[in-house]
Design a protein around this ligand. Sequence first.
Ligand SMILES: Cc1cc2nc3c(=O)[nH]c(=O)nc-3n(C[C@H](O)[C@H](O)[C@H](O)COP(=O)(O)OP(=O)(O)OC[C@H]3O[C@@H](n4cnc5c(N)ncnc54)[C@H](O)[C@@H]3O)c2cc1C
Length: 471
Amino acid sequence: MSSDVRADVAVIGTGIIGLATAWEAARRGLRVRLVGPRRGEHRGQASRAAGAMLAPFSEVAASNSAPRVALEVGERVAARDLYDPWLSLLREASGRPLTLTPGMWVVATTAGSRDAAELDAIAQAALSHGHQAERHDPGEVPGLSPARSCTAHGALWLPGEASIDSGELMSALTDALLAHAEVTWTEAEATGLHASHGGELAITCATSLRISVPRVVLAVGVGLTDLLAGSQDLELALPPILAGKGVSALLRNVPLSLPTAVRTPMRDFACGMHLVPRTDGRIYLGATNRLCPSGTASYPLVMELADLLREAGEELSTQLFEGEIVGTSVGYRPFTLDHLPLVGPTADPRVLIASGTYRNGMLLAPRLAEMIADHLTVGAVAEHPFAPTRTITPDALPETLDRWLPDLVNLFLTPQGTPTAMQGVLADLLHQSLRGLATDESHPRGAAVRRTWQQAPVPEALWSLLVAYLR
Ligand SMILES: Cc1cc2nc3c(=O)[nH]c(=O)nc-3n(C[C@H](O)[C@H](O)[C@H](O)COP(=O)(O)OP(=O)(O)OC[C@H]3O[C@@H](n4cnc5c(N)ncnc54)[C@H](O)[C@@H]3O)c2cc1C
C-alpha cells in the first residue's frame, strides 16, 4: 500500500530529536511526513526517560582535554542560548505552559574520588564562557541532606543551567506538530529505506505502508542499527550507534523542598546522581548508564533500581527513602564511538541523520533541529563538528584500560570502604588480565572479550568485558 500524501521531507523517529526537527522543518515552510510512534508507553525511548537537565557546564568531566571541553561546551552553550526563545514559540504553538526551572546545584561528595577537581573543571567551563559559577557551603543547598557515611564538601550554583519536565516537553511538541497544517504524522515503524523511481526514496513500514519522499531525516536513536539492516540497497556510510541504558525513577510525597535541580558531578561512566523537581511536586531521580544491546529490556533490573535509590539517598538526601515510587523509566541513550552527535547528510545526500546525542539530547534538541533545517533549506551551513561522515578513530584497548580502569574499580568498591592502595592494586591486576586476554589467542575466554571490545571500543564497554569473561 503506498501513501499519496506528498511531503518535502520525512523525519523518521519521534523522540525529542525527531519531534524538534520535524517542527523546525515545518516552521521553515517544508511539508513534513513524521514517521514513528505517538501513543503508547514509549518504553525504551531516551527522551521520556530523561531528567532533562539543561546542563552546558555540569556535564564537563575534569579528565576531558581542554580542546574537547571547549568544543562540547561551545555547542551546549549555543543550544542553551536557543532554548528560552524556542520554548516561547512552543508555548504559543501548543498552548501548554511549559515551566523551565532556572539554575542547578552541583555538589561534591566523598562518594566521588575526584569531586573537588570535577567542581573546579565545571566552574572553569562556566566562567570561560562568560557564565556565573558561585561557590557555596553545601549547607546552603536546598534539599541536600546526605547520609552520615557520605560527606558533602563543596557546592556550586550555576544560574545559567536549568531543568524542564521531559514529559511536558514531549507533549507540547506533539501538540504543536498535530496542530501544524504542513505535518502529517504516520504512526508506524519504518522497516527500511530504499531507492525509488525518479531519484526518490521509499520508506517501507511494518504496516506494509510505502512512503515516497525526496529526502529523509533519520532520528531513530538506538533504532538505527535495525533500520540500516533493512536499508541495504543504500550506501549511507554511517558509523555505529551504541546504546547506554539509563534507569530513572519518579517519586512523590518526599518530605523535602526542592526548588531547583541538585546533582553530583559526572562519575563512573554516568552523569552522577540527580534530583530534578517536577512542576506537580514530584521528584525525578536519575540515572544509571550501562552499555547494552539496544532495546533488550524495557524494565529496570532490580540491581539497577537498588543502586539508583541507595546512591541517591546516601549522596543527596536520605529523605528520599520516605517517598513513594510512582514510576520507573528505562531509556537507551544513542551514542557514537567518539561520543559526539551525528548531524547532517550521510554519504547519500538525500538521507540526513540527527542522532548520537548521548547524555545531552534534551538540551541539544533545538540546536540539532536548526542545523538539520539549515541543511534542508539552505544547503550550505556553518561548519560544525558533528558531520556524520567524519573519521572516528576510537582509542585502543590498552589506552582505554590505562585511563578508565580506576573508575571501574571505583564502581565496585566505594572509597569509604577500601584503602586507596588496594584499589590501585586491583586496577593494576585487572589491567594486566584484560590486556592479556585481549592479545592471548589461546585463552578460551579471550575470544569473548575481544569480540565485545571490537563491537564497542569505548570506555563504557569495560564492564561488558568483565561480563563477557564471566560467560
Ligand atoms: C535516563 C536518562 C537521563 C537523561 N538525562 C538527560 C538530561 O538530563 N539532559 C539531557 O539533555 N539529556 C538527557 N538524556 C539524553 C537524552 O534523553 C537523549 O540524548 C535524547 O532523548 C535522544 O533523543 P532521540 O530522539 O535521538 O532518541 P529517543 O528519545 O530514544 O527517540 C527515538 C525514537 O525513534 C523511534 N524509532 C526507533 N526506530 C524507529 C523506526 N524504525 N521507525 C520509526 N520510529 C522509530 C523510537 O520509538 C523512539 O521514539 C538522558 C537520557 C536518559 C536515558
